[in-house]
Design a protein around this ligand. Structure first.
Ligand SMILES: [Zn+2]
Length: 156
């Protein structure tokens, strides 16, 4: 059972680490235990009968084995396509992230501008109120001056 699981998932990780496929495949590569890898055949639904190289210690009772995995049918095109897809996805992810960042920046700027406008409006309102008050004060002052001068004139 573990055999099937092993042959399905590491293909993706081997496509992601560029080191495993960038180099041209040697006929009999060594696994991570530095032992020549063994040729086996996949039993998964996606890759039935596809040859792959794995650790030769796998399935040997009592012995630890490594997770070395490599398709052995020389289908580098497939791996390259996968890698290209992955690169494309990563690129678009980066672009999306950049766009999102830009949008965030724009939103922050817009918020700031709204705040500034609100502040300016508030300032204008305050000024209006102050103008009103000072006009009223000026009126009161003149009324007071007139009353005082009338009083002075009448008291003479
Ligand atoms: Zn090994």
């Amino acid at each position: 059972m573990a055999f099937v699981q092993m042959s399905s998932s590491p293909s993706l990780s081997s496509a992601m680490t560029s080191s495993s496929f960038a180099k041209p495949a040697v006929d009999r590569p060594f696994c991570y235990c530095e032992v020549p890898a063994t040729l086996r055949y996949s039993h998964t639904g996606r890759n039935p009968g596809r040859p792959f190289l794995g650790c030769s210690k796998y399935n040997t009772e009592g012995l630890p084995y490594c997770k070395f995995f490599k398709w052995a049918d020389g289908n580098h095109e497939y791996e390259l396509q996968l890698q290209e897809c992955l690169n494309e996805l990563l690129r678009s992810q980066r672009e999306l992230k950049k766009k999102l960042d830009d949008m965030k920046k724009t939103l922050i700027q817009l918020c700031k501008r709204v705040e500034e406008t609100e502040k300016r409006e508030l300032g204008l309102q305050k000024q209006k109120v102050e103008n009103c008050r000072s006009r009223r004060l000026l009126g009161l002052y003149w009324a007071f001056v007139v009353i005082v001068s009338c009083y002075v004139v009448l008291c003479r």
